[in-house]
Design a protein around this ligand. Sequence first.
Ligand SMILES: Cc1cc2nc3c(=O)[nH]c(=O)nc-3n(C[C@H](O)[C@H](O)[C@H](O)COP(=O)(O)O)c2cc1C
Length: 452
Amino acid sequence: MTTETSQLTSAPQMLLAMQLVGGFGGAPGAWRMPGVPLDSYTDMDAHVRHAQAAERGKVQLLFFADTPALETDLNVQPQRHVIDPVVVMTSIARETKRIGLVATASTTFNEPYNIARQFKAMDVISHGRIGWNAVTTSNPEAAANFGVAVPPRPEKYGRAHEVIQVVEALWGSWGTDALIGDVAAGIYADASKIQPINLGGQYVASRGPLPIPPSEQGQPVIFQAGGGQNGLELAGRYADGVYANPYDIASAKAQRDALRAAAVAAGRNADDIKMFAGFMPTVGATKRDALDRRRALDESIDLRQRVAYLGHMIGLPLRYEDIDQSVPEQVLERAVANPSDPRSDHALAVVREGWSLRDVIAHGVIDYHPVVADTPERIADFMQEWFEAGACDGFSLSIDSLHDGVDAFVDEVVPILQERGIFHRDYEGATLRDNIHAAPRYGRDPRVIGES
Ligand SMILES: Cc1cc2nc3c(=O)[nH]c(=O)nc-3n(C[C@H](O)[C@H](O)[C@H](O)COP(=O)(O)O)c2cc1C
């Protein structure tokens, strides 16, 4: 090997998570698209098909947001969370080999022993491919399903810290070398290495031990999402990954920098925490094609309300009756981006390009995540720009309609990212921890400072 070759280091590569929203996809109209099986919400074969397609694209993990409540108007669209993430992930784990599986479980509405047991069991059966997205949940409907009110924020976060600490302690309560399996001597395990944790705090407690041995990655990786300064502190201490929803590069970069600083403040390394920015791609052969696909999906949303909201974003009284018109030049002169909505600058820029209001909305300017409805090259350009600006470590992809949208992303966008050297061509390791380059961990992290 020449000196030059031996000095080569590979360029950083982005990580990809794919959200399997409700079995249909991220767009509310996904269930009405041609050819979509209407039982995609309950049919595990549909979920497995989407998971296997993502695995073909070497996507590092599937991500399941979850709130234990009905959050949609079922008159017009299906539930946006899967029937139960633990059940769905278990079904998928048996039908996939490499892709990671990360599900949300609320620290407010679960006992730590339940979370520890279910997630470590899934981790063992999937051979080390599971992650837990620890969220506090602020939804009153979820609280009502447990017969309580949403607790005040200090209580929610006090409990969240305790729950994560107890879960990690339970995960580590079966010693890594406790299993002996000496058939001749009749010794199954060294029970002295499987000990109670006897951990209790102000909100939760558990005796343990948890009788589940380590998986190939030791224990599940931990994700976190949401919660401002409190959430940042939580992520800094415990999270290997964070699911975030910034709208532009500057705020994404600020959020990523803050997360990295929070990890360091907690006694960990900045690189221990990876930020996945939410992103909604819609793939088309041309931009017109992609916008038309979005327009078909948008038939399920309240466009009258969207037009009014767009007007609010750009400071003009827009009328639904003008939805197929662009905003006239002389009216546009009075437009001002609304500083209270971070998406407004982008919305105004798209309006200024002269699209009809229907097409402006099809650009996804009012969506929950940044949207690119365009060719595979333009989608890859967006991802490359964010990644190379240090705005994120990767993306949490919300696919518009899973039925054909996963294949479109995997077959048309992934090869471009690979060709550009910014996405891997194969899984580096066997476990999720390996594949997102998370630090080794088993039991509570001894580096974390400020814990009781
Ligand atoms: C990007 C993102 C994703 C979230 N995902 C979930 C989720 O899947 N389930 C959930 O119950 N809450 C979720 N939340 C809400 C948080 O758990 C939290 O309740 C919210 O950020 C409000 O913060 P607070 O608890 O400090 O009031 C998410 C928040 C954000 C910003």
